[in-house]
Design a protein around this ligand. Sequence first.
Ligand SMILES: [Zn+2]
Length: 275
Amino acid sequence: MPELPEVETIVRGLASVLPGRTIQAVRILDPKLAAGLSISPSRLAGRTFVSVSRFGKYIRFALDDGSSLVAHLRMTGKFVYSPDVAPPGGRPAERHLRLEVSFSDGSRLFFRDMRRFGTIRHVPAGETPAEEQATAPDPLSPGMDEARFAGMLAGSRQAVKVLLLDQHRVSGIGNIYACESLFRAKIDPERGGNTLSLAESRRLLREVRAILREAIRHNGTTISDFRSVDDKTGDFQNWLRVYDRTGQPCRGCGTPIVRIRQGQRSTWFCPHCQH
Ligand SMILES: [Zn+2]
């Protein structure tokens, strides 16, 4: 499942190639894979991409008529841009292609999705997507400032770790980022949100943002991807301080890292460093 930093990386990539390109044709390549697609190819033909942006883990493609496409990659969705001019009807010999967008300049955009959970929806001009209304601001968006973050924590007795993962309160913080930011902020993941001081809440938000930005600098690479890239492994091991390190010594104090369960998810933390 792509996390916020990966989606941001994808958005930056798409934003560097799509704006200004005019759609010639949209083809749904596999009708069986079309369940998550709520688009009408004929209504997209002739439209030009204006911008690509992100809210939470959604990707928004703004079009020149004021309408937009809103996509979510879910488990395995992927956008692939091909600058090569292809022979008519020719496309990569790849499985799991759901959608092909051909541009007037001959380049193409594909949506590939093995597990078929990804969604793309055409939202009419002047309408705020329901997905956007239901998505809390993420820590990197202007909507999540210190005051809102502190208020979110102060308003609940739930464990701070659980609050960080609650996408209705703050979006885009995955389990790795929640565990690592609590360690760096030296905050015990089991504390109730309403027990954090303003200074602690600020520190936590600062660390969450720093970690997300670091991950974006690493091109949003996930743990599993990172492990498959040999030359980056050492780098990444230094980066993770508590996540998936049960029983290993804390990098700060040597105390064995503890793993607990919170809201169906594992939490790793240092019982000595985090209060
Ligand atoms: Zn420690």
